[in-house]
Design a protein around this ligand. Sequence first.
Ligand code: F6P
Length: 489
Amino acid sequence: MDRFAGLILANRAFLDHASPPGAPEAATPATEGGLLAAVRPIIATWDGDHGTTWIGAGCGPFDREFVDGRGFEIIPTAHGPLRHRRLFFGDETWHGHYRETANGFLWPAMHIIELPLPDITAYFPRPRTPSASAWAAYEQVNDAFAAAADATAAGEPVWIHDYQLALVPALLRDRGASMPIGFFLHTPFPSMPILERVLDREGLARFERIVTGILGASLAGFQSEADASRFIDAAERLGATRAGNRLAFRGRETCVGAYPVGIDADELLDVARAAGPITLFDPPATPVPLVVGLERADYTKGIPERLAAVRRAYDAGLAFSYAGVAAPTREGVAAYERLASDVENAAAEAARAARAHGRVFTHVHRNLPWVEVVGLQRDADVIFTSSLADGMNLVPLQSAIAQSLRPVGERAVIVTGKGAGVASAFAGFEQDGLVTVDPLDPAAMDATLRAAVAGELPQVSDRLIAAVRSRDARAWATRFLTDLEEIRC
Ligand code: F6P
């Protein structure tokens, strides 16, 4: 399957209109999140009757000026026109749905895969059980998406994305919809035994609704086998019965599988080719290895742990430059403000240590143009990511492709947190430049950084690059959509 002629449902619209009609659209933010990057390559252009229809929320300041009475618009994209429908919600509803439930409760809960992270770090928030009104808002938004899909689809498959819309599969079935329904979770799926220790009784009941919501899908896809089996466990606890990877629950059947996402490698390579030299900092007079950290400024990414390792490495006399870019995200949500201040403190300490040893250190909390981000991925000697838990983490995949422009023997090593999906999707590539580390183990972080800077770790190989290419976003979507069409697992 090259392109998807069906409905895509995602909390985020394909783009938010930041400018009025007629004015040039603002550039795509540098770190838009994995969902959009993964789904974009399989969008089928709208020919007037067929193609992809994307349904997303209207969050841009000028969105209303672009749509017809039912929220439809045709968005011109680099690949052709995209049929798009926006759903609009009042501030209070959106606050309850997005801030309180999706971000305050579900996002941290989804990342509790191996450890009760809120008990372990100072900054990882305990998932906050949404108030009755916030949960009602979440249900209302999910129901609006289900109603829109029901009214828009003419039998074609519906592909629902991520935890913000986890109730939609079952809500669509409740409306009598009979088309194939796919659900894909871009985040990890948590461990129920650990979550039980972290959530209160009401939080647990709400989370169980998430599981039953997903069980409305014909095919539920996860980033890894471990995520898929944790979901199966959660479903069985609620009374679903299992035969292989097929779950039966309340008269319906759901296939469950692992579908690790990929990137659009060709597009990334074009950007890497176009990127100019790094301008984020002045390079030191004597060249030393460049260590780069890139991500959305999220508490799942292990940024304070990494900055602490960088500080210790400077104090131990290691010679390297560090450039960190944390793109602002979910601003106004309390946990992100707490993280921002912890990161600021850790960055200030690392900067002091770097100055004391005459090294270049920079950490910025802002959106860099995408071409500059990719330029850093291309020119780094060490890509240092350190997620505590992550659905996939696309940065290592993007970096492998950007590094392919450098000759063998002059490439970087890519470090990834062991709880990131990329670590399991590319297990067996440790000798090919993709090295895993436990971000919560300071000694392991120190040893990995030391070995990486000393050039003692394997560099990105052609084998890794070929694997990232062959498991790209198109291959991911094709596998998922073919299985959805044939309902197989
Ligand atoms: O990939 C996870 C995800 O939550 C997506 O669903 C989302 O589009 C992206 O990260 C960015 O998050 P947000 O939409 O909250 O800015």
